[in-house]
Design a protein around this ligand. Structure first.
Ligand code: C5P
Length: 246
């Protein structure tokens, strides 16, 4: 998919705003962004502080919510955790691909069990996290992974595809590999995105929003360039403008 195929409405639906801050600020941002952004991301910091109420607060405001808890445990525990996460109202959730194919399948089973247990529950998009973008070849070697990061990403993406999850989270630099390895209908969700001129922060391998989509991303995750902007709505709208080529 290239940016040329995006309407403004579609582009707004492909930019996920990471609310990595306290609940008061997260709600303030959500209220500002309503009518512009369609998705917010609740990560571990917010979820562990506020619990399922955090997800509900954004659902009640009409957002789709990506609950990014990166589950990784024995399959039985991950199945239960995925079920619980889906019952909070999550529209997207994450598991670590390095937990193996059975663990990812267990997450899918848990998600399906949640859908079956409560009428009206929608099947969320379950994403597999391949290699964290904070890990380089040296870090992988230090934990006994001899492959280079790109090779390891490809191996885990193949496993994720075989497990039947809905897509992956990866660096926008790896989106091209994903397009080659994954079945056509999978989501490729990429953080590490910086509009031209914004601070990189702790992200090492970044691309611009439009470059991420040209590489094959289906969704991008953007946090600080929006949440720490003087005008978060203008920052969000500028990203959408860039994607649609306005
Ligand atoms: O503020 P920034 O745009 O860097 O936020 C990126 C978001 O994407 C954060 O919520 C971070 O946890 C998440 N993320 C990431 N790299 C990964 C996986 C998730 O930056 N590999």
């Amino acid at each position: 998919m290239t940016n040329a195929t995006f309407s403004r409405e579609t582009a707004e639906d492909r930019v996920i705003v990471a609310l990595d801050c306290g609940m008061d600020r997260a709600l303030e941002l959500a209220d500002m962004l309503k009518g512009h952004a369609k998705w917010v991301k609740v990560g571990m910091t917010l979820f562990y502080a506020e619990g399922p109420a955090a997800v509900k607060a954004f659902k009640d405001r009409g957002f789709k919510v990506f609950v990014d808890l990166k589950l990784h445990d024995i399959p039985h525990q991950v199945e239960g955790a995925a079920k619980s996460v889906v019952l909070t109202g999550a529209d997207m959730l994450t598991v670590h691909a390095s937990g193996g194919q059975k663990m990812m399948q267990a997450a899918m089973d848990g998600a399906r069990a949640a859908v079956e247990s409560v009428p009206g529950t929608q099947m969320p998009i379950v994403l597999a996290v391949t290699v964290l973008t904070s890990m380089d070849d040296q870090t992988l070697a230090s934990i006994g992974v001899e492959s280079q990061a790109a090779e390891q990403v490809e191996r885990l993406a193949k496993l994720a595809d075989a497990a039947g999850v809905g897509g992956v989270v990866c660096s926008p630099k790896e989106a091209e590999i994903m397009k080659r390895v994954l079945s056509a209908d999978k989501c490729i969700v990429t953080p590490g995105v910086r509009p031209k001129g914004s601070a990189t922060g702790d992200q090492a391998r970044v691309t611009t929003p439009s470059q991420a989509f040209e590489n094959g991303s289906t969704h991008i995750v953007v946090g600080r360039p929006i949440t720490q902007a003087v005008d978060p709505v203008a920052a969000f709208d500028a990203i959408v403008d860039e994607i649609v080529g306005a």
